[in-house]
Ligand binder design. Structure first.
Ligand SMILES: Cc1cc2nc3c(=O)[nH]c(=O)nc-3n(C[C@H](O)[C@H](O)[C@H](O)COP(=O)(O)O)c2cc1C
Length: 235
């Protein structure tokens, strides 16, 4: 099989877009995007995703407002120098930093500005995973499950790739997971569905293509976790 340079360029150069022009995107385009995305790999081919296409302006605004608090908390934790909501982390410190940001209101303005820009996207999608159809092989390990979401996120990544093929850009967001019950109430979503994320898609003001990522040698090792770095140079 031939190498596809287009595919490689797309994989390496599909950065997150959070600012969109006013140009609308029609339903046929979005249908095509979802039609391509559904070929994502997923556990047992259960295709446990459900997409709510947000059209009602009042619901879009309500969803936007729900993003503000978690996004502020995210900012505060990042500014304090740690990974927000890391499954393994110092929750006391987290609470302290988040409470301080809530009280001071330091981030409120910047957060609102950015969120209003991103929610100006012509397409907003709320993507859910059906907990009764996710093959979560790590369910019984007694820690945070890694595998469950892995049946939904390749689908969401495909949505971004398929959007790119239409000249569009977008972003996967997960702040709403902090307020999942409110989102479920707002969108009439049953309890067996868990929110994977909210995606904004549209015509990018700017499509980032130079992404910052660690080189292979920094994350791949031979034979054991503490083995020699893997990766030949030059690629
Ligand atoms: C699982 C996941 C959750 C993310 N959550 C958010 C989010 O809540 N808000 C946001 O603006 N971006 C979010 N992003 C986008 C990341 O911030 C982005 O991919 C990362 O910073 C790298 O930037 P780049 O995609 O432009 O290279 C998320 C991405 C993934 C895959």
């Amino acid at each position: 099989m031939e190498r596809s340079t287009d595919l490689v360029a797309t994989i390496r150069g599909t950065g997150s877009v959070r600012e969109f022009t006013d140009e609308p995107v029609d339903d046929a385009t979005l249908t095509r995007i979802l039609d391509h995305a559904r070929f994502a790999p997923n556990g047992g081919n259960r295709q446990a995703w459900h997409v709510v296409v947000m059209k009602d302006p009042a619901l879009r605004t309500a969803l936007r407002e729900l993003y503000l608090g978690p996004w502020r908390d995210y900012f505060a934790q990042t500014a304090a120098g740690f990974t927000p909501w890391a499954p393994v982390g110092d929750r006391e410190l987290e609470d302290k930093v988040v409470d301080a940001a809530r009280t001071s209101g330091d981030y409120d303005e910047i957060v609102r500005d950015r969120v209003e820009i991103t929610f100006g996207a012509p397409i907003i999608l709320a993507v859910f995973g059906d907990l009764e159809r996710l093959v979560a092989t790590d369910r019984d390990l007694g820690h945070y499950t890694m595998v469950a979401g892995a049946s939904i996120y390749p689908f969401m990544w495909n949505i971004l790739l398929a959007s790119r093929s239409e000249g569009l850009g977008g972003v996967i967001t997960t702040m709403h997971a902090r307020v999942e019950p409110e989102v479920r109430d707002l969108l009439n979503v049953p309890e067996n569905l868990s929110l994977a994320g909210v995606m904004m898609i549209g015509h990018p003001v700017h499509q980032p293509t130079k992404l910052r990522r660690e080189p292979v040698q920094n994350f791949a090792t031979v034979d054991r976790f503490d083995g020699n770095p893997f990766g030949v140079d030059p690629l």
